[in-house]
Design a protein around this ligand. Structure first.
Ligand SMILES: *Cc1c(COP(=O)(O)O)cnc(C)c1O
Length: 322
């Protein structure tokens, strides 16, 4: 059972491999009775918050399990985090991913020492290879979001926000598979049920939003997006994050590619921050006025910085999106 206590228990293994990140004021979006602060997961060792979940999940393996190694299917940041955490703990790792994953993310993972397998054109194809490795070699699957230890690890972000800013009343969270928002929402709502949790996805392939609308997990077509880390489905046999999102998320906002680019530019010009599209969605929703209702104290999770440099340059100069 996943509880607030699970998230407190994750703190020690998370602290061994991840940073306690700053919650920094954003003056450009603050004023007129509103304060905005940014939770900077961009400074994490592998450039995204996913090191938290990976650290917690690996700490839960028995020595016999650890010896057989770990495997995952990942759009990039989870694979990178798992590779880093596995190397730090001396555990073998294989990362399976689709051909849509950008080259910079593939390279980063192989630099970290994990073996890479490129399989097919979707997250589902990569997942089939994972299933095969689990069955044939007895490796342990560490999925990117739908796992209690992963969700609890990501949830430590919620605890840190509460400690640093007990007056927070609205939390803006990038939403894909829902491990991040599920853990963060469980943490903040267990402490204060009135805190508003807003999930933000891109219009191009918002799997959780489509699933919640359908009342069950559904597949959506994968499309390229500036927020590539938000791509992929939630899994038709989703066990944890669908119900967490259904029960704990107050609002979901969908953004266009132009909105996401505006968020990335804002973070660069006002904070000197290099962010990937997925990380900029909270700020994008504020810049474009798409958040329906918030209280006066808004925290936005800036989830990662692993953007292709050429793509980032095009966003800054306005040649992307076309
Ligand atoms: C994985 C990821 C997300 C989304 O997290 P989920 O747990 O899948 O909802 C957001 N931003 C970045 C940078 C990510 O890597």
């Amino acid at each position: 059972m996943l509880t607030l206590q699970s998230i407190f228990r994750a703190r020690r293994p998370v602290a061994e491999l991840a940073l306690r990140t700053p919650l920094t004021p954003c003056p450009a979006l603050s004023g007129e009775g509103r304060q905005v602060r940014l939770k900077l997961e961009t400074v994490q060792p592998t450039g995204a918050f996913k090191i938290r979940g990976a650290a917690n999940a690996l700490a839960a393996l028995t020595p016999a399990q650890a010896e057989r190694g770990v495997v995952c299917a990942s759009t990039g940041n989870h694979g990178r985090a798992l590779s880093h955490a596995a190397a730090a703990r001396g555990i073998p790792a294989i990362v399976c991913m689709s051909s849509l994953v950008p080259e910079n993310k593939r390279q980063a993972i192989s630099d970290l020492g994990a073996e890479i397998r490129i399989v097919g054109n979707s997250q589902d194809d990569a997942q089939q290879e994972v299933d095969h490795l689990v069955q044939s070699l007895g490796m342990n699957e560490i999925p990117p979001f739908d796992h209690p230890d992963i969700i609890a690890g990501q949830g430590t972000i919620g605890l840190e926000i509460m400690e640093d800013w007990p007056e927070v009343d609205t939390v803006l969270v990038p939403l894909s598979g829902g491990g991040l928002i599920g853990g963060a929402a469980l943490a903040v709502k267990s402490i204060s049920p009135h805190i508003r949790v807003v999930g933000i996805s891109m219009e191009r392939g918002a799997a959780m939003q489509a699933s919640l609308a359908a009342g069950k997990p559904v597949a959506v077509p994968e499309e390229p997006s500036l927020a590539d880390s938000l791509g992929g489905g939630i899994g038709l046999r989703n066990r944890h994050t669908f119900s967490l999102a259904r029960d704990l998320v107050d609002e979901i906002i969908l953004l266009s590619e132009a909105d996401i680019a505006a968020g990335m530019r804002h973070l660069y010009h006002h904070h000197g921050l290099v962010t990937e599209g997925a990380a900029a969605v909270g700020v994008a929703a504020l810049v474009t006025g798409k958040v329906a209702s918030t209280g006066p104290n808004i925290a936005a999770v800036i989830s990662g910085r692993n953007v292709d440099p050429v793509q980032f340059g095009k966003v800054l100069t306005g040649t992307l999106p076309a």
